[in-house]
Design a protein around this ligand. Structure first.
Ligand code: CA
Length: 749
């Protein structure tokens, strides 16, 4: 009632000047800044409903515990902050509530900052029920944080952060001055929505501290947050300070791990990690001293190496602050890890990381693999870890470990949705209550759906003819399928793709598609394309520099995209000497390029070029490039070129597979600068198997960093040189696995 009265007064007398605590309803930036100057404990600034463009909000003051200073929306969700905007909070007992940041990005290094300036940090302040949706800088390699937390005793709760596409941690807790250490911040009940694969370091969702200040305690509590498909890079959370607590969080199909990168005395308990069988989903990686990991539940995780369900690392003796401190006094007890790919002990052991864990205890854990063998890998001496009463089922360990008993265990799903052993009390407690998506964030802003984007809309029939497809494409909406019949289609305009669209031809008769521009499709922001059952002929395309059937726009594309070709035949891309099928440009990232049951004939350029990031910063253009059951004949340049340079180890990709396909006269044009039929540089996982090659340039594989896995097996070839293999950093023979290949008539290089 008091509140309504105040609003009434404001409405009647323009700006109110209340003697006591007051409410200022402001309608524009001028009114806002006039009111902001006068704020006293207990005052509220209310932003009027509507869109506020290019609004750099600053707020500070001296609130009190009983009378905070409030900045809020008139109605939750109806105040949109867009354009070049951000929010800086200083002072104490400040409360910000109900804003939505979307359709823009911050012109500075942070969207929400818990400091107004370097001198004026926020303390005892709270941000709640705020949405940041896709508020990413346009260039994916221009870095910022969405939230930078400074000061002490701040709280960030019930917020919704989704879709950060540019480099930089989504949420950073900073300890860079005395006023920000031992901070006792609380981060709880937030929805950390999908963060796509960044394709570089700097894609963490949460980081607490940095190596420089990692000897200080942060005392930050991270509780009951939901991490939904946070796939940015190998670290979902990077804890780089001491005495943090991670409790009751839910990790849903998120690639990477919760990593105790620096700092001691971390407690991790009652968290649930559900991988859903998705590649590279991991659990907890342990480094440093006095870490406690208890009563966590992990299921369906498919990560290995540093992203195993549990990774305990080897350290560096007398480690410098930015390397790896030896694990000492770790307690890992009563955790359940089931249907998961790997536990790695003494991970990363090498001549530098030679300090095995000491004085540590692994007890009462229930450990079950996928049944594919060697669930527990041991990479160095484990005598410094005491194993007690652990149970291992449905898999084996690399070596016998006293205190890890093999058992036959029957699992049953309990009412809380988690698996428990029948008649046994091993592993995590039955009291765990897994967090759900509706318990976090806000209820007035939708959380993104789980499924794919293709074929979720209408089916639109398109008759043959000139520009019938061009016109239908222009009106198609997200998820629509354009269904073509038998006959000829001529496209006179490059199709600008900013939605997920399927173009599907007839299965019965031939659907022929000609395009009269240098490209058929140009991928723009938000675009993804699926082509099926089409015969695409490039004969009508003009001679132009950079011809490509599918290309990315010349400006950076923020969102990751998907390109799928199924049952597609492509011919006559030969009007000039470098006409490509798919060409991915700088600052673009494909989650997936998938080619199957397709054929390619008479093409002067490449099939897929994903090699635009040549600066060696560990960046690249495609996460998964998969080719299967397809035929390639008379292709001039290298078929596939995937480039990821540099020494950074923060990504899982790129991945490449080429299987069950035929390659005839490929890569032998004199314009093919690489002289290879496939060029894989810095690819982390490659599988080239069960293919036939005839008259083909050799495959070239260059390993850069990490533990790249390359398998070349079961291939038959005639008149093709053996693969050219190179290791850039690793000392020793090339690590590619070659088996069962027949290189008939091959000349050894
Ligand atoms: Ca990282």
């Amino acid at each position: 009632m008091v509140f309504r009265l105040c609003l009434f007064l404001i409405a009647s007398f323009s700006i109110a000047m209340p003697a006591n605590a007051g409410v200022y309803l402001v309608k524009n930036q001028k009114e806002y800044f006039a009111a902001e100057k006068k704020l006293k404990a207990g005052d509220e600034i209310v932003l009027a409903n509507g869109v506020w463009r290019d609004f750099e909000i600053k707020i500070s003051g001296d609130g009190t515990e009983k009378k905070p200073i409030v900045l809020r929306s008139q109605e939750a969700g109806k105040v949109i902050i867009s354009g070049q905007s951000n929010l800086r909070i200083g002072g104490k007992y400040m409360l910000v509530k109900g804003l939505v940041f979307k359709d823009g990005y911050s012109p500075t290094g942070e969207v929400i900052s818990f400091r107004r300036s370097k001198e004026n940090l926020a303390h005892h302040s709270r941000v709640t029920q705020v949405v940041i949706d896709g508020f990413s800088k346009l260039d994916r390699y221009e870095s910022d944080y969405w939230v930078g937390m400074y000061g002490k005793n701040n709280r960030f709760d019930h917020n919704h952060l989704v879709g950060k596409t540019n480099k930089g941690v989504t949420f950073a807790v900073r300890l860079d001055s005395k006023e920000s250490q031992e901070n006792h911040h609380r981060i709880d009940h937030n929805y950390f929505g999908p963060r796509p694969v960044l394709g570089s370091n700097g894609g963490e969702t949460l980081r607490i501290g940095t190596s420089k200040y990692s000897m200080f305690n942060s005392n930050t509590l991270v509780e009951n947050n939901y991490f939904d498909r946070c796939d940015g890079e190998v670290e979902i959370i990077s804890s780089k300070s001491g005495s943090n607590i991670f409790r009751g969080n839910y990790f849903d199909r998120s690639r990477g791990a919760l990593v105790f990168r620096h700092g001691d005395g971390t407690l991790v308990e009652n968290n649930v990690f559900m991988g859903g069988g998705k590649a590279h989903t991991g659990g907890i990686r342990v480094i440093n001293r006095n870490q406690t990991i208890r009563n966590n539940y992990m299921e369906g995780l498919r990560g290995t190496g540093f992203a195993s369900a549990l990774t305990v690392m080897n350290g560096v003796p007398n480690s410098p602050v930015n390397r790896y401190v030896q694990v000492d006094n770790a307690v890992i007890e009563n955790n359940t890890m089931v249907d998961s790919s790997r536990i790695t002990l003494n991970a990363g052991a090498d001549t530098e990381r030679s300090a095995a864990p000491i004085d540590s205890r692994v007890a009462g854990n229930l450990l079950g693999g996928t049944g594919e063998g060697e669930f527990i890998k041991v990479q160095d001496d484990i005598s410094g870890i005491k194993f007690l009463d652990n149970m291992l089922f449905n898999d084996s360990a690399q070596q016998e470990i006293a205190g890890v008993a093999k058992a036959s265990v029957e699992m049953e799903r309990a009412e809380n949705g988690l698996l428990y052993p029948v008649g046994l009390t091993a592993g995590a407690s039955r009291d765990i209550k897994p967090l759900t998506r509706d318990q976090v964030g806000v209820d007035w802003y939708p959380k993104p759906a789980s499924g794919g984007r293709f074929d979720t809309g209408k089916e639109i029939p398109v008759p043959p003819g000139e520009d019938t497809l061009t016109d239908a494409f222009a009106t198609a909406a997200e998820g629509d399928q354009l269904v073509l019949s038998a006959g000829e289609y001529l496209v006179n305009k490059t199709l600008p793709l900013d939605r997920a669209i399927t173009i599907r031809g007839s299965k019965e008769g031939a659907t022929q598609l000609l395009f009269a521009r240098p490209s058929l499709v140009e991928i723009r922001e938000g675009g993804s394309i699926k082509l099926a059952n089409l015969q695409i002929d490039g004969a009508a395309a003009p001679d132009s520099v950079g011809n490509a059937m599918i290309r990315t726009a010349i400006f950076p594309i923020q969102s990751n995209f998907v390109i799928k070709l199924t049952g597609v035949s492509v011919t006559n891309l030969d009007v000039n000497r470098s006409f490509d099928v798919i060409k991915l440009g700088k600052s673009s990232m494909a989650d997936q390029v998938n080619i199957k049951d397709s054929s390619f004939n008479n093409i002067s350029g490449s099939i897929v070029l994903a090699a635009a990031e040549t600066e060696d910063y560990g960046q690249y253009n495609v996460e998964y490039l998969d080719v299967s059951n397809s035929n390639f004949k008379d292709i001039g340049a290298e078929l596939f070129n995937v480039y990821r340079g540099g020494r950074d180890e923060s990504t899982f990709g790129p991945h490449f597979t080429a299987t069950n396909s035929n390659f005839v006269n490929v890569g032998r044009s004199k314009n093919n600068m690489s002289g290879a039929s496939m060029v894989l540089h810095g690819v982390q996982h490659a599988d080239i198997s069960n293919n036939n090659f005839l008259d083909a340039a050799p495959i070239k594989v260059t390993h850069t960093v990490g533990r790249p896995q390359t398998r070349i097996s079961g291939n038959k070839s005639k008149n093709m040189l053996e693969p050219v293999l190179e290791e850039l950093n690793y000392q020793g023979a090339h690590r590619a696995i070659l088996s069962n290949n027949q290189f008939e008539g091959a000349v050894k290089p």
